[in-house]
Design a protein around this ligand. Structure first.
Ligand SMILES: Nc1nc2c(c(=O)[nH]1)N(C=O)[C@@H](CNc1ccc(C(=O)N[C@@H](CCC(=O)O)C(=O)O)cc1)CN2
Ligand SMILES: Nc1nc2c(ncn2[C@@H]2O[C@H](COP(=O)(O)OP(=O)(O)OP(=O)(O)O)[C@@H](O)[C@H]2O)c(=O)[nH]1
Ligand SMILES: [Mg+2]
Length: 464
């Protein structure tokens, strides 16, 4: 089931570099007309009829209609199949600048190319079998990576590590399926084609376990890729906005001694232990008559629901109340940690009351003076990742890949259920194994639909 080589007969072109002034701008052209376009628009310093593949040539881009020089450039022709798309690719390295680049692109389009859609170069690389779908997705991840760890994950996936792991599991599934299908095809051969116990063991250990391991790495991978949403919550005036500012090392939020200062939700990104963390400051939680503040409190509660972690903040100079108990009960269901703030001015006996008030160990901090913040950061990391600051996982599926893995796991579990029966029907087993295989094949893209490809590649930028 190789992907169809569709829509690759025309020639596509795009500006591959970001808009705006820069040192060099690149125009990429891919398809059968690439070389013709080079001959039509490019005048090399030394006249020549033939461009060697993968060589840089110096010269000028000319408008063929009037001979006007548009730019001084370098060009390279990469002949198929030794190119990014496996088609003939022409790259023009021009002076970057909106006008120059669009004028060259217009000439290219007049010479027989059409404007590429977002991600279309990479889509062709996939359709022509140079990379699989998981690798194509990694290209996009690489471009959008916002942390070192996200970059590392993307590079691993681009090199095919996830696909390798998937293919190993598929191989095992295929071997089992071959045995089961033999039993379907030759029912009269009364040989024990399937040894159910052995098959169950392979399914459990060689197939289900690696699949579930990959599914489990999704969460950690997502955290490294997208960062965490950490909500700062607590009663008014406990110092949530002060903590936001302290963690950002910047006076981002308004801080006043007046309870109810923050009303809207405020988000800023900080780095904690190499993780990108979205800190979300919210309105202090309380019953209020003020319409604006009440909306803020409602928004704060919404944010609590979707947070990866809630930092529940209390004011150490106060004493715990019933209200604190009630609020604490709201966050206890969610991943959270408790921080007792204002230890710079809190009396010792209040702090020990707070310590006994919570069934868990709180972190004692002063947002004002910056004390306890590194312990707070370490604890954030521990709670979210389950261990101290460390390396990101080698491989981690994205959401689409995780969904496919979960479908494969379900089918494998159903197959295991069948194998527990006295005389499992090979026909039914075969259905489940095929289902698992097809789910796994979606990850690498051996089974795809135009819709899915559109969905994936439309998130790319033009020229990629
Ligand atoms: N100028 C330029 N730089 C670029 C890209 C590009 O398209 N153009 N890339 C775009 O993403 C990235 C590099 N990725 C690439 C991956 C494969 C091939 C390629 O031509 N592969 C050939 C090997 C050629 C050879 O053997 O010499 C192949 O696989 O057959 C090119 C770029 C980043 N830098
Ligand atoms: N001494 C001391 N004062 C603090 C500390 N943290 C915050 N404050 C003070 O407490 C008051 C309230 O701080 P905010 O950060 O605005 O509190 P908040 O929780 O955001 O309040 P709302 O937005 O009203 O919910 C301000 O006067 C801060 O200067 C601290 O660690 N020590
Ligand atoms: Mg505030």
């Amino acid at each position: 089931m190789k992907p169809e080589l569709s829509r690759t007969e025309d020639t596509i072109a795009a500006i591959a570099t970001p808009p705006g002034p820069g040192a060099i701008g690149v125009i990429k052209i891919s398809g059968p007309e690439a070389e013709t376009i080079a001959h039509r628009l490019f005048r090399p310093k030394k006249p020549r009829k033939y461009f060697e593949s993968h060589r840089l040539y110096y010269g000028h881009i000319l408008d063929p209609e009037n001979g006007e020089v548009i730019d001084e450039v370098l060009v390279a022709l990469m002949r198929k199949p030794h190119s990014y798309t496996r088609e003939d690719v022409l790259e023009i390295y021009a002076h970057s600048g909106y006008l120059v680049l669009t004028r060259i692109l217009e000439l290219v389009l007049k010479s027989g190319a059409r404007l590429a859609e977002p991600g279309e170069f990479t889509r062709r690389a996939f359709l022509n079998g140079r990379i699989d779908l998981a690798q194509a997705e990694a290209v996009q991840e690489l471009i959008t990576a916002r942390s070192e760890s996200a970059l590392k994950l993307a590079l691993n996936q681009l090199s095919g590590k996830l696909s390798e792991r998937i293919n190993e599991v598929k191989e095992r599934l295929l071997s089992l399926l071959a045995i089961v299908e033999a039993a379907v095809d030759f029912p009269e051969e009364d040989i024990e084609i399937i040894a159910p116990a052995e098959m169950a063991r392979t399914l459990r250990e060689g197939i289900l376990r690696p699949i579930e391991k990959l599914v489990a790495s999704f969460r950690e991978g997502r955290i490294y890729r997208e960062g965490l949403a950490v909500v700062l919550a607590g009663r008014p005036n406990v110092g949530k906005s002060s903590l936001l500012n302290a963690l950002l090392r910047e006076e981002r939020a308004i801080v006043t001694p007046i309870p109810g200062t923050t009303r809207d939700v405020l988000e800023e990104t900080a780095q904690i232990g190499g993780l990108p963390v979205r800190l979300i400051d919210t309105a202090g939680l309380r019953e209020t008559e003020d319409v604006v503040e009440a909306l803020g409190v409602a928004k704060a509660k919404e944010k609590l629901e979707t947070a990866d972690l809630v930092i529940f903040l209390v004011d150490g100079k106060e004493l715990p109340t019933e209200e604190d108990r009630r609020l604490y009960e709201q966050v206890i269901e969610r991943p959270h940690l408790v921080a007792v703030n204002k230890i710079d001015i809190a009396p010792e006996e209040h702090l020990s009351k707070w310590e006994r008030f919570f069934p868990e160990k709180p972190v004692f901090i002063s947002a004002k003076e910056g004390t306890g913040l590194s312990e707070l950061s370490r604890k954030v990391f521990e709670i979210v990742i389950g261990k101290g600051p460390s390396e990101p996982p080698e491989i981690a599926p994205n959401l689409r890949q995780k969904a496919a893995l979960e479908r494969a796991a379900e089918a494998v579990k159903r197959a295991l259920g069948l194998l527990e029966q006295a005389a499992p029907l090979p026909e039914l087993l075969a259905i489940e194994l095929r289902e698992a295989l097809s789910a796994l094949s979606e990850i690498t893209g051996e089974v795809t639909t135009e819709d899915l490809l559109d969905r994936i590649f439309s998130t790319f930028c033009i020229g990629k």
